[in-house]
Design a protein around this ligand. Structure first.
Ligand SMILES: NC(=O)c1ccc[n+]([C@@H]2O[C@H](COP(=O)([O-])OP(=O)(O)OC[C@H]3O[C@@H](n4cnc5c(N)ncnc54)[C@H](O)[C@@H]3O)[C@@H](O)[C@H]2O)c1
Length: 308
């Protein structure tokens, strides 16, 4: 089938494209290369159609949606921190960009629209952890709000125009190609800094928890969502909470390096504790994450080492 991957030059998008090619799908990658990189897709550039453009541009959206069967929408402003500093910019990419793409699907033959939302930022501080999809959405950052609004628009386009969709709400994704100098992705940031012998910055006391999921497991749930016809929302996480301090211990074990820690003020918009209950994805999509945290961090570290 013909698949469009928005944000395909990004960290997650490039892994998803590789996975789609394994199943012999044809892929168009739309990216403005704001945080995405040519080198993420250089090894597959001859096998895909690469379009440089902005999801907020109606002409671009119409052009890329024409003649494709499925859309995987990943292009986004992904930094919680930037969303706090620049909420309007965050909304323009994550809300207006998503609506623009959805409008373009109205006069197309799109069969499925898979939207990569967020499970880490949409529930706020839930009382019950792991949080299921039935947990009240209560985002505490503009990023969480904008991703949630994107979901609501998707549902509206389904109700009014019959668009078939699934929403994936991933936990914190990590793995090879995640930018160690970016504003999101603590595992890559820590691996990059420990490698360069720089202190690891901990916002708060280090007891905040996150649920970590390996990038290839996220590519896999996207494939399962494509072949299903469920119109639904799926959490995608491990169900386990790992604190920042526990994460650093694992990183020190895997890399065999000792870190220096620098404790900083907590950041506005960051949640304290989260993990996701993904039993719906297991029941309906037969998906569960295959990569445990130690193996995933080892793979990511091997990739880091191979880059020098
Ligand atoms: N990384 C995580 O931990 C995580 C967790 C949950 C959800 N997600 C979601 O997964 C998706 C991919 O995130 P990622 O971690 O790969 O980030 P990323 O920054 O590597 O990928 C985003 C891609 O979108 C592109 N992009 C940004 N604005 C664009 C625009 N206006 N027009 C066209 N392209 C644009 C960027 O150049 C980049 O290639 C995002 O939707 C994000 O919200 C990520």
């Amino acid at each position: 089938m013909e698949c469009l991957v928005t944000g395909g030059a990004g960290f997650v998008g490039s892994h998803l494209i590789e996975r789609l090619l394994m199943d012999n799908h044809s892929v168009t990658c739309l990216d403005d290369f704001s945080t995405g990189k040519r080198k993420n897709i250089d090894h597959i550039k001859d096998r895909i159609n690469i379009v440089k453009g902005d999801i907020r541009d109606p002409d671009v959206a119409r052009k890329v949606v024409k003649n494709v069967d499925n859309v995987f929408h990943l292009a986004a402003q992904i930094s919680v921190n930037r969303s706090v500093r620049e909420p309007q910019f965050d909304a323009s990419v994550n809300i207006e960009g998503t609506i623009n793409l959805l409008e373009a699907t109205c006069n197309s033959s799109i069969k499925r629209f898979i939207y990569i939302s967020t499970g880490g930022a949409i529930y706020g501080e839930p009382e019950i952890i792991p949080a299921s999809e039935n947990t009240l959405e209560d985002p505490i950052s503009p990023y969480g709000i904008s991703k949630l609004v994107g979901e609501k628009y998707l549902h509206w386009f389904h109700r009014v125009y019959g668009l078939s969709y699934s929403i994936i709400r991933p936990a914190n994704i990590y793995g090879p190609r995640q930018d160690p100098l970016g504003e999101a992705g603590v595992i890559s940031i820590f691996l990059g800094r420990i490698k360069d012998k720089k202190p690891l910055e901990i916002f708060g006391d280090g007891n905040d928890t996150r649920d970590y999921v390996y990038v290839k497991d996220i590519a896999e749930i996207c494939i399962q969502a494509l072949i299903s016809d469920d119109i639904d929302i799926f959490n995608a996480g491990s169900g386990k909470q790992t604190s920042v301090l526990e994460l650093i211990e694992i990183i020190e074990d895997v890399t065999n390096l000792k870190s220096n820690k620098r404790f900083c003020e907590p950041r506005s918009g960051d949640v304290n504790r989260i993990s996701l209950d993904s039993s719906r994805a297991f029941e309906k999509l037969k998906w569960k994450p295959k990569t445990d945290l130690i193996s995933g961090i080892s793979n990511t570290w091997d990739w880091f080492i191979s880059q020098t």
